[in-house]
Design a protein around this ligand. Structure first.
Ligand SMILES: NC(=O)c1ccc[n+]([C@@H]2O[C@H](COP(=O)([O-])OP(=O)(O)OC[C@H]3O[C@@H](n4cnc5c(N)ncnc54)[C@H](OP(=O)(O)O)[C@@H]3O)[C@@H](O)[C@H]2O)c1
Length: 334
């Protein structure tokens, strides 16, 4: 193990898109675990759109950040944290973390499941997709769906889960021709379009001329307005995120026909995955057998090297990822 630890810190608040200049890498000696804690050497890091929101105020400047991370316990001063175990925790954006049992989850041993899947389809990303479909949309077999940011982490998990759950027509929007092709050729979407290629409402009307039952929304803005117009009676909007606005706070408000919500008896409901952690075991029961029999494949963009974490984060905000953006420690052997 190296005896220098690296920690990413935010140094300034961005206006619009962040850049690597808003961060720095701080060096320190590898921390010592005190009684009741353990030292974790981190192996995989998640970079997420919500980190952009936190950059506006929740992240303290010049202090360690938070983020979902997987690592191996290398030194333990607590029997609940056995050395050698792989754990999930939220002290991310650093090479080494000192954790307490109550803020750590020992990962289940699912032979044949890649570790990175615990940050993609089996992690918070997959749980978000699962909650959105099962608890918020209350998906029924044959429901026709539209998903925005469909080629991202939540969007690909939503598409793959919906297919396995018996959805009808699956339409996705994404930011490039390559992503559109990936959605149709690999993820299971029937139709997909590039949101840069014309008004979303027009492209959605072409892709789903008979309308949709469910809209899973990761973006907001014109996607939300278009989908409300396309929803059928008793349609549901699952509000997951608003990534289209995190870097453009002064974006104009969404325009849609408010009467549609009444006349079509629509339901628009948002949620935070942190309020649904109790469904983690149910997600494993649903997804792990499909992962093992090959019917479910995680979509991930894996960037090698902790020193690339800031660039990976900035790239993800600009659409540089297909599937979940994950950073892997170089040579972690897993
Ligand atoms: N409610 C919850 O508890 C919860 C939990 C997890 C995530 N989320 C939300 O879910 C959404 C997706 O998160 P994720 O982790 O899966 O990220 P992601 O979709 O993997 O990555 C972000 C993607 O957003 C797209 N994007 C960026 N700017 C856009 C714009 N102006 N218009 C349309 N698309 C844009 C980019 O894809 P393109 O190249 O396709 O444009 C980019 O790849 C985010 O809104 C996030 O905040 C919510």
């Amino acid at each position: 193990m190296n005896d220098i630890a690296l920690t990413v810190q935010q140094t300034a608040r961005p206006t619009g898109f962040p850049s690597p200049d808003h961060f720095r890498f701080a060096e320190s000696p590898v921390p010592e675990p005190s009684p009741g804690t353990a030292l974790v050497e981190n192996l995989y890091w998640s970079v997420d759109p919500y980190h952009r929101e936190m950059m506006d105020g929740d992240f303290e400047l010049n202090a360690p950040l938070e983020g979902r991370t997987l690592g191996r316990i290398v030194e333990s001063r607590d029997p609940a944290l056995p050395e050698g175990e792989i754990v999930f925790h939220r002290h991310g954006w650093r090479t080494h973390s000192v954790v307490r049992p109550e803020e750590t989850r020992l990962l289940p041993h699912h032979d044949g499941v890649p570790l990175s899947a615990h940050l993609s389809v089996l992690g918070g990303t997959g749980l978000t997709a699962y909650v959105g479909l099962t608890r918020i949309a209350r998906l029924r077999e044959g429901d026709d769906l539209f998903v925005s940011a469909a080629a991202g982490g939540v969007g690909t998990a939503t598409g793959r889960f919906a297919r396995l759950m018996g959805a009808g027509l699956l339409v996705g929007s994404a930011g490039s021709a390559a992503k559109v092709a990936h959605l149709k050729e690999h993820v299971g979407y029937d139709e997909a379009f590039d949101h840069h290629e014309g008004p979303v409402a027009e492209q959605l009307a072409k892709a789903a001329p008979d309308g949709i039952d469910v809209f899973v929304d990761n973006v907001g803005g014109d996607h939300l307005g278009a989908a409300i117009g396309a929803l059928r009676e008793h349609g549901r909007v699952v509000r997951i995120g608003t990534v289209g606005q995190y870097n453009t706070r002064d974006a104009p408000p969404v325009l849609f026909n408010h009467a549609d919500v009444v006349e079509k008896s629509l339901r628009i409901e948002g949620f935070l995955v942190s309020n649904h952690r109790g469904l983690q075991e149910e997600l494993y029961e649903f997804a792990v057998p499909h992962l093992l029999d090959g019917r479910l494949t995680p979509d991930e963009t894996v960037v090698d090297g902790f020193e690339e974490i800031v660039d990976a984060f900035v790239s993800m905000l600009r659409g540089g990822n297909t599937g979940k953006m994950i950073v892997r420690r170089t040579g972690n052997g897993l």
